[in-house]
Design a protein around this ligand. Structure first.
Ligand code: FAD
Ligand code: SIN
Length: 538
């Protein structure tokens, strides 16, 4: 792309998934100078891989209260009911926006929108584009971004926020004593150098942190950068112990975990054990369509009980035509030698979604003036202890709309505001000298998180993880402060920071609730409390 990065914008957006792109479109429409920076190719995001769809009340047999109830039930007592209602009520209008932007949701022969069903939903309410919903949404948003001339820069990695507190510490004169966002350091991966950009408002739309785990559905971009940046900028983070493990990803010996959408179970497919028997009725009255935390834990238990490396989805028994309804899943399985029409698919759980994140109000604002967060990186109170399937895309698009309005009013009298910022100082040791340390640390981190901070936890396991993370953190930080930065170093630094925040959150929760299950406190506490972990200022 033949564009030059300016040294100042009204709003800098980090991330080009559903949250960042939707937000950008709305703020740019209002006439502000908006730039989106994204660390890899523009479509590379969790959004692009979403399969099942986007939940919203769009049919006559459904209503908002049912969607609210299902969300709260899945969230295991930790959702904030007012926030749930407030976010879900905007679903139908935001779906309409997506349709107007060019998303063609799958429809029935009579022209009505086809609605899928997933775990925890009492009604069919998941709008989808076969099993490639995320790609259809990402493509439509990127087309709109291009048509409206919104500036998007690929291969720019956001390193750290520049705050007034930080600037003062580095000797820059900043008026007043309050803290606020003033800009951001970005690593230009093509030119291999760090640039400094001034902006009175920054939106973190950096997505999830699935890459903290050895096995994950998330693409490589999901390294928790936004949470790490916010923590380093002085913010507490919320409910990070609630890492959602998706129950069904294709088992493969290479460690790759391709998602098999829950919508498959919505079409009547059941999970079967090593004897070929359905087993979920033992665990929950909703059986295969129970909330995700329950299904993932049940699979974990069945695998441990039988010693089998996977359970199976009995796809030959689907009600309907598998290749037509799930072409992406079908082709992917086929390319790995499994014809899902003829044979059940071997599946295992994998890390999928971060229910916690940077706490925000209902307008995406955070506790740091000028800093906004939206999408998976944020924690609004919608998901509680376990997200209801297909509520994530919905939350991102609803919150982006609300947040964009808030940013426009925040920018009202700050348009064209430009700050004097401390310049970036790089280390002088080329990082490539010690590459092996980085890859070794990364592997160790992911394995420790998988083995000790997984579906079933205990205080001893969490302490073990913490001890290993401490070592890794010391080594990586020492390296970071001396070396010339590069992409792998920046990502590992964030991963170790987020992993530590997850473990700290998990250690704080002395109960089992939703996605956090610990052998030492197997019961749910009477009072439902959020976990806040104070900033790691490193
Ligand atoms: P993302 O879409 O992940 O976008 C994050 C962006 O930030 C990316 O562009 C990334 O490159 C960029 N970025 C990150 N860090 C930096 C940095 N330091 N500097 C610059 N750029 C950065 N949810 C549903 O509701 N329905 C589904 O059917 C569904 N299916 C899913 C299937 C899969 C396989 C996965 C992985 C997730 C699924 N989810 C689903 C969850 C949902 O897709 C995500 O939660 C949602 O898309 C997150 O959107 P986002 O905009 O917050 O983040
Ligand atoms: C899926 O398609 O099973 C994923 C849906 C989600 O994560 O909401």
């Amino acid at each position: 792309m033949n564009k030059k990065v300016r040294s100042d914008y009204d709003l800098v957006i980090i991330g080009s998934g559903i949250a960042g792109l939707t937000f950008a479109l709305k703020v740019a429409e209002a006439g502000y100078r908006v730039a989106i920076f994204t660390k890899k190719d523009k479509a590379e995001s969790n959004t692009n891989y979403a399969q099942g769809g986007i939940a919203a009340v769009t049919s006559a047999g459904d209503d908002l209260e049912k969607h609210v109830e299902d969300t709260i039930e899945a969230g295991d007592g930790l959702c904030n009911p007012e926030i749930v209602r407030e976010i879900l009520k905007d679903g139908p209008s935001r779906i309409q926006d997506l349709i107007e932007m060019g998303v063609s949701f799958s429809s029935l022969d009579d022209g009505r929108i086809s609605l899928g069903k997933e775990g925890g939903h009492s009604k069919r309410r998941v709008l989808h584009v076969k099993d490639v919903t995320g790609k259809a949404i990402e493509d439509a948003l990127l087309n709109n971004i291009a048509e409206q001339g919104v500036t998007l820069f690929e291969h720019f990695f956001a390193i750290d926020l520049i705050t007034a507190r930080k600037a003062r510490k580095l000797g820059v004169k900043v008026g007043g004593s309050a803290d606020r966002v003033m800009g951001i350091y970005l690593y230009d991966a093509n030119k291999e150098k760090v640039i400094t950009v001034s902006s009175p408002a920054v939106l973190l739309a950096t997505g999830g942190a699935g890459q903290t785990y050895l096995y994950s559905t998330n693409p490589s971009i999901a390294t928790g950068d936004g949470v790490a940046m916010a923590s380093r900028a002085g913010l507490s983070v919320m409910n990070l112990e609630f890492i959602q493990f998706h129950p069904t990803t294709l088992h493969s010996s290479d460690g790759d975990r391709f998602l098999i959408t829950e919508a498959v179970r919505g079409e009547g497919v059941r999970l079967i054990d090593s004897q070929g028997k359905p087993f979920l009725k033992k665990y929950h009255p909703l059986a295969d369509l129970a909330p995700r935390d329950i299904v993932a834990r049940a699979i974990d238990r069945e695998m441990k009980r039988s010693g089998a490396p996977y359970v199976r989805l009995d796809t030959p028994k689907i009600k309907g035509n598998f290749p037509d309804r799930f072409p992406n899943v079908y082709q992917n399985c086929l390319s790995r030698g499994i014809d899902a029409v003829l044979n059940p698919i071997p599946v295992v759980p994998a890390a999928h979604y971060s229910c916690g994140g940077i706490p925000t109000d209902l307008d995406c604002s955070t506790k740091l003036n000028g800093l906004y967060a939206c999408g998976e990186v944020a924690c609004t109170g919608l998901h509680g202890a376990n997200r209801l399937a297909s509520n994530s895309l919905l939350e991102a698009v609803v919150m982006a709309h609300r947040g964009a309005e808030a940013v426009c009013s925040f920018l009202g009298n700050r348009k064209n505001e430009k700050f004097t910022l401390p310049e970036w100082v790089d280390g002088d040791v080329p990082a490539s000298d010690e590459r092996v340390v980085l890859s070794h640390n990364l592997e160790e981190l992911k394995r420790a998180m998988w083995d000790y901070v997984g579906i079933v936890r205990s205080t001893k396991r969490l302490e073990r993880a913490r001890a290993r993370l401490r070592n890794l953190e010391r080594e990586i930080n020492e390296y970071y402060w001396n070396a010339k930065v590069d992409l792998s170093l920046l990502e590992v630094r964030n991963l170790v920071c987020v992993a530590e925040l997850i473990v700290r959150s998990a250690l704080k929760r002395k109960e089992s609730r939703g996605l956090h299950y610990t052998l030492d406190y197997p019961d749910r506490a009477e009072e439902a409390l959020d976990t806040l972990v104070p900033p790691l200022r490193k």
